[in-house]
Design a protein around this ligand. Structure first.
Ligand SMILES: CCCCCCCC/C=C\CCCCCCCC(=O)N[C@@H](Cc1ccccc1)C(=O)O
Ligand SMILES: [Zn+2]
Ligand SMILES: [Zn+2]
Length: 478
């Protein structure tokens, strides 16, 4: 089931075929983008020189985008970019494509090639940002550039929002763009952002890759735990120190996982829609979750990634204590990063954490929190979801299955809930578990062929968004 074009319209009026020269240019442009170290270090702490250089770079490599009369370009929050591509039919509700130009730091250690070299090896372009998320930034602008060169005039208005601080919260980029569009009274049909992929090898018994479009996103809670004790001479120590008390508290948190929420949220739907892709007996198990859910929920807990889908996760990420070798430490502090399952709230997780620690000497400070995102529609009428589906079928005909899922990390799209209820997180790129580990890790890379497919995907997606859509299910009823 899904949306399809009305009979008089072609799915892709301009074929997504690029000349040899265009193909070389597009990969070289991506390499150039990787070479600009647009690193976000901490909130408010960015490589501003690189961010400014990136702004100039996109002008240089996408000249047609910048000189087209129906495209308005604005710089927001100093380094983020907002493009308004004015469509010819104002009756069609606009949509938005999102990506971010900043990257996490990448020390050279462990990399096969320097992380900001953008070097090509064995058909892969290496470097920080090749999967997260300069591939999307460049592919969106590249697809638009190629469409414009072919004289394409969109019918449906769309926005392209490129944030510059996604990796440290989005407060200066996405949040400002969101407020700006809200002030202009913009309401969007849907948004497409990063946050999921065509997944290959993430579920051991499932050999075929599948596309997972994330329709929800986990929330987060950053808690600082603090213990204050009277300092003194280490030669006559008290039975317990601030460090010991805090260590025991964080250890209890680590050893006591938050409840398994399997059955609530989109995961059950994800697995049900995947059920027939499994071979026997897994297909029977996934087709009968009403019976086998205790088994499946335990299986999901086994691997870190699938465990993250069934519960709120607890990660102790920072620990600070002690001032001198012979001084009983006055203060010990630890930071715990919880990623909240879509069926729980910040308050519920805070209470659970306190109930696990049960020690009055440990103070809890909420540093930052964000509720999980509501589930976006993914039924036959959900325009954004169905356009993604339709375009996957065209560009990746070997992919038989597209399922709704949950993003285990956070994306800039969470800052746009004021503009739309349809938020979809999907990058049209194959991802294996080792690729997943390269995101924020080492040897992040994308194959030249995968990048070309991503450009083709967006090139067709923009055109598909302009074709009149109606649900296939309705056609069946005729
Ligand atoms: C049954 C199906 C199996 C599914 C397996 C799921 C595999 C996961 C695949 C892809 C997920 C990739 C997510 C990439 C997006 C990363 C975004 C990110 O890192 N965001 C930061 C944002 C942030 C938030 C708060 C402070 C600073 C930065 C994050 O979440 O940490
Ligand atoms: Zn990202
Ligand atoms: Zn990231």
């Amino acid at each position: 089931k899904g949306l399809r074009d009305t009979e008089h319209q072609r799915a892709s009026p301009i074929p997504s075929q690029f000349s040899q020269e265009e193909r070389v240019t597009m990969k070289e442009s991506l390499k150039g983008a990787i070479q600009i170290p647009t690193v976000s270090f901490n909130p408010g702490e960015f490589n501003t020189t690189a961010l400014a250089e990136f702004g100039e770079y996109i002008h240089k490599v996408f000249p047609t985008v910048f000189r087209t009369s129906f495209i308005q370009h604005e710089v927001v929050g100093e380094y983020s970019h907002l493009f308004t591509v004015q469509g010819s039919d104002p009756s069609l509700q606009p949509y938005m494509l999102l990506a971010h130009i900043d990257v996490v730091p990448a020390p050279d250690q462990g990399w096969e090639v320097p992380p900001f070299s953008g070097l090509e090896r064995d058909g892969f372009i290496y470097g920080r940002g090749t999967l997260d998320n300069k591939n999307s930034v460049m592919a969106i602008l590249q697809a638009l550039e190629l469409l414009l060169i072919r004289n394409y005039i969109p019918r449906r208005t769309f926005f392209i929002a490129l944030g510059h601080d996604e990796e440290v919260s989005g407060a200066h980029g996405a949040q400002k763009i969101s407020a700006l569009l809200q002030a202009r009274g913009v309401q969007l049909a849907f948004i497409v952002d990063e946050g999921s992929f065509i997944l290959d090898g993430f579920i051991p018994s499932l050999k075929t890759p599948f596309a997972m479009v994330s329709v929800s996103e986990k929330g987060s809670l950053d808690l600082m735990l603090e213990v204050n004790m009277t300092p003194g001479h280490s030669s006559a120590p008290p039975k317990e120190t601030s460090i010991g008390i805090l260590a025991a508290a964080v250890s209890r948190l680590e050893q006591t996982p938050m409840p398994n929420m399997f059955g609530s949220g989109p995961l059950k739907m994800t697995l049900q829609q995947l059920a027939n892709e499994f071979s026997f007996p897994a297909n029977v198990i996934f087709n009968n979750l009403w019976l086998f859910w205790p088994l499946v929920s335990r299986l999901m807990e086994r691997e870190d990634i699938t465990n993250a889908l069934v519960r709120t996760t607890t990660a102790v990420t920072m620990f600070k204590a002690g001032i001198k070798v012979n001084v009983i430490p006055p203060v010990a502090q630890a930071t715990v990063n919880f990623r909240i399952h879509p069926a729980q709230t910040v308050q519920e997780v805070l209470k659970l954490a306190k109930d696990i620690v049960v020690d009055d000497r440990v103070q809890f400070h909420v540093l930052e929190s964000f509720e999980p995102l509501p589930v976006s529609p993914f039924d036959d009428q959900a325009l954004g979801y169905q356009l993604i589906r339709q375009t996957i079928q065209s560009i990746f005909p070997e992919i038989n299955i597209v399922v709704p899922g949950t993003c285990i990390a956070q994306t800039d799209s969470r800052l746009y809930t004021n503009l739309t209820t349809g938020i979809y997180r999907f990058n049209p790129v194959y991802l294996q578990p080792q690729d997943f580990r390269s995101i924020h890790g080492i040897n992040e890379r994308i194959s030249v062929q995968a990048y070309e497919s991503q450009v083709k995907f967006i090139f067709e997606f923009i055109q598909n968004a302009d074709t009149e859509q109606r649900p296939v299910s309705h056609l069946h009823e005729l």
